[in-house]
Ligand binder design. Structure first.
Ligand code: C5P
Length: 197
């Protein structure tokens, strides 16, 4: 039986932690769709055409050790604005979403474009300052620069023409600015459990 949990939201809102916790709790498969764009961005940064990179993406690309840096995030959001790059990644994500046994996907357009039929849709957000602080704890460096990069990436993701970041009309909003991870997971798990029935 297919059961999809779609989790969208801006960078460092807590989508990854929440997705992994839900996947573990309910035995669902999990896909961090940002990794697909990060891998395409990394290949493009090495000089490859981003559309060709997206069409030829391999599992080994997703295992690269350099996908979590700020630069990789910026490269991802630049290639993610190219419609042909997004189109090349749709089928894989849709198949993943509807696999038997259930799936959690986190990204920017899961509830709006990839899987509008998802049984549960969450939009996870937090203030830019809180998100930048979390990112800074992970990557270090200059805190003001990290905040600038978070804002820049938000603006690019929200203002692109193809699949911009926005909540689906029927998404449940979870703001993790003041909510602990445990509370956010409990809230989301409750929604999933109620939908499973
Ligand atoms: O979630 P993460 O920070 O890894 O995503 C990196 C970038 O990939 C985002 O800033 C966004 O531009 C792009 N992305 C996207 N659609 C998704 C997932 C990520 O456009 N479903």
């Amino acid at each position: 039986m297919a059961f999809t949990v779609a989790i969208d939201g801006p960078a460092a809102a807590g989508k990854g932690t929440l997705s992994r916790a839900l996947a573990e709790r309910f035995g669902f498969a999990h896909l961090d769709t940002g990794l697909l764009y990060r891998a395409v961005g990394a290949r493009a940064a090495e000089g490859e055409d981003p559309i060709a990179a997206a069409r030829g993406l391999l599992p080994a690309d997703l295992a690269r050790a350099d996908l979590r840096t700020l630069a990789a995030g910026q490269a991802a959001s630049r290639v993610a604005a190219i419609p042909e790059v997004r189109a090349a990644l749709v089928d894989f994500q849709r198949r993943f979403a509807r696999q038997p046994g259930g799936a959690v996907l986190d990204g920017r357009d899961i509830g709006t474009v990839i899987c509008p039929e998802a049984e549960v849709k969450l939009f996870v957000t937090a203030s830019a300052e809180v998100r930048a602080h979390r990112r800074w704890l992970e990557v270090g460096g200059d805190a003001a620069q990290v905040l600038d990069e978070v804002r820049e990436r938000d603006a690019r993701d929200m203002n692109r023409a193809d699949a911009p970041l926005r909540p689906a009309a029927d998404a449940v909003l979870i703001d993790t600015s003041t909510l602990s991870i445990a509370d956010a997971v409990a809230q989301a798990a409750d929604l999933v459990q109620r939908r499973i029935g």
